[in-house]
Design a protein around this ligand. Structure first.
Ligand code: FAD
Length: 479
């Protein structure tokens, strides 16, 4: 059966031994560490959703390669309906997890790989597409978690790769008869240490002379020479110190965990290399990945997050006895407006999408709408967080620990002074959940993840037909 269970994933991940560091310490067993456990449980929950009959239509698809039912996380969109279901999956996963579903960035690279390897083969008679399909079949049959890494560390952003430390961008350092050896590092890799595999695409549109940087490949977790350095922040410390995780914001699944993935002379066999040196295709790889990612991650996934923030904010308003106050209702309505606008653009991106390139069988979202979905989310998510903080009151950041309610010395005071129209324990629990958002990592995470606004604005300016608009104005003005 190509669809695996949550426990099958947990058993697999328990055997992984990536060279991983968190907070200055080496992590030996992924399933034992409080932070990595959150990533594993979030991923396992995605497997549970996939095997749950009520979500089967959203979470599974028929493989175009084998005809078998597979996880939608490993599916290549074959139609506009597939694109719609993909964004439904993103929203559902976010609603159920309140963090990354950890199967998403890799999943969003797959259609770009399918389309672009097909195109390179058509033009150049290479065998990348065949290799990619063989790999995809293997990933689908084993229902693997595939993380995606595109973002290089980049060093001095004003310089090209060859003008600075060459390892600032992942590149080939040696070509052998049996494969390539790569150096460099990818940053912000979501969930990579608990994934079965990591897909790597170029993070820059390469020019002539930069052939060594024009590479796409996939590598199994913990391959010799790979080192993972996890993000570390106050939420990591809170989780490490918590005696009882029930009292922290998103208890089981935590914040959105990423890491730096270092490649120190990592060998990749040819059968796992999907581009090597074809600089003229790097922009297409990036653009196709970006529009898929911005429809799902920018549009639908963050809509699922905003659903949770709106729900928690409405609860706080009710707990504070303010649900009938008009400015509160207006602010909640504004949050809904921002959320549904992002969703509308993601849906439009799915429905206006096309087969690209023609003849490849791969469907891509509409570029303008997917970029606008992300752009709206960049602005809207900040505003939703601000409105949630407004409605919640200062206690969203000054909240004592809920554990004070178990401390015999002060529990009565805390229960008395933290209660509102609702008892203190209920109010404190949901307030802590909201704190996880309004004073957490998700604001910057949402804005930067899949690219800051400048990236989408550049795309929109480039693809919009301004000549046509100028002509319309000239015609009416009789110029
Ligand atoms: C929570 C989170 C999860 C992520 N997950 C993944 C993942 O799974 N896989 C992955 O590959 N990536 C991931 N990313 C990376 C994300 O796509 C990048 O953070 C984003 O593209 C910005 O790159 P950067 O962080 O290097 O910032 P920078 O590139 O340093 O950008 C910072 C600012 O400088 C500007 N800037 C940068 N370079 C230039 C230039 N040359 N000229 C003018 N302005 C410039 C940018 O517009 C921006 O305003 C994730 C990021 C976050 C925050």
């Amino acid at each position: 059966m190509a669809i695996k269970t949550a426990n099958e994933y947990r058993e697999r991940v328990a055997k992984l031994r990536p060279k991983l560091f968190i907070g200055g310490k080496k992590v030996e067993i992924l399933t034992d560490h409080p932070v990595t456990k959150g990533v594993i449980e979030a991923t396992a929950r995605v497997y549970e959703l996939t095997t749950d009959p009520q979500y089967f239509d959203i979470m599974t698809a028929k493989s175009h390669l084998t005809g078998e039912m597979i996880s939608r996380a490993l599916h290549i969109h074959q139609s506009n309906q597939d694109l719609q279901k993909r964004l439904d999956m993103a929203r559902l996963s976010s609603q159920k997890l309140g963090t990354c579903n950890y199967r998403c960035p890799g999943n969003e690279m797959l259609p770009s790989l399918a389309a672009t390897t097909w195109e390179i083969d058509q033009d150049k008679g290479t065998e990348y597409h065949q290799r990619f399909n063989e790999y995809l079949k293997y990933a689908q049959e084993n229902d693997l978690v595939v993380s995606g890494s595109v973002t290089d560390t980049k060093g001095d952003r004003s310089k090209r790769p060859l003008e600075q430390d060459p390892d600032s961008y992942v590149h080939v350092v040696e070509k052998r008869a049996d494969g390539i050896v790569v150096n460099g590092a990818k940053q912000h890799a979501t969930g990579a240490y608990a994934a079965d595999e990591t897909l790597v695409l170029p993070g820059i549109s390469c020019r002539k002379g930069e052939e060594d940087y024009a590479i796409a490949f996939v590598v199994p977790n913990g391959t010799e020479g790979m080192i993972y350095v996890a993000q570390y922040n106050p939420f990591s410390v809170e989780r490490e110190c918590a005696e009882d995780i029930r009292h922290i914001g998103n208890p089981i699944y935590g914040q959105r965990e990423t890491c730096l993935v270092i490649f120190d002379h990592v060998f990749i066999p040819w059968e796992r290399v999907f581009m090597c040196g074809e600089v003229e295709y790097t922009q297409r790889f990036i653009t196709r990945f970006a529009k898929t990612h911005r429809m799902n991650c920018g549009g639908a996934c963050k809509v699922g997050f905003m659903d949770l923030i709106i729900g928690a904010t409405q609860l706080i308003a009710e707990y504070n006895g303010l649900q009938k106050v008009s400015h509160i209702a207006q602010k909640i309505t504004r949050m809904i407006q921002l959320n549904e606008t992002s969703l509308a653009c993601a849906i439009a991106a799915a429905h206006l999408g096309n087969e690209e390139p023609e003849g490849s069988g791969v469907f891509m979202p509409d570029e303008a709408m997917s970029n606008i979905a992300k752009l709206n989310t960049n602005d809207g998510f900040w505003e939703v967080l601000a409105l949630a903080g407004d409605i919640a009151g200062g206690v969203a950041v000054t909240l004592p620990s809920e554990r004070e309610l178990e401390n015999p010395e002060i529990k009565e005071y805390v229960a008395k002074y933290l209660k509102s129209a609702a008892p203190a324990d209920k109010r404190m629990r949901i307030m802590k959940f909201l704190q996880n958002w309004v004073a957490g990592l998700h604001g910057v995470g949402t804005y930067q993840g899949s690219g800051p606004s400048q990236n989408q604005m550049m795309v929109l300016y480039r693809i919009t037909n301004l000549e046509e608009k100028k002509k319309m104005a000239q015609e009416l003005a009789n110029v």
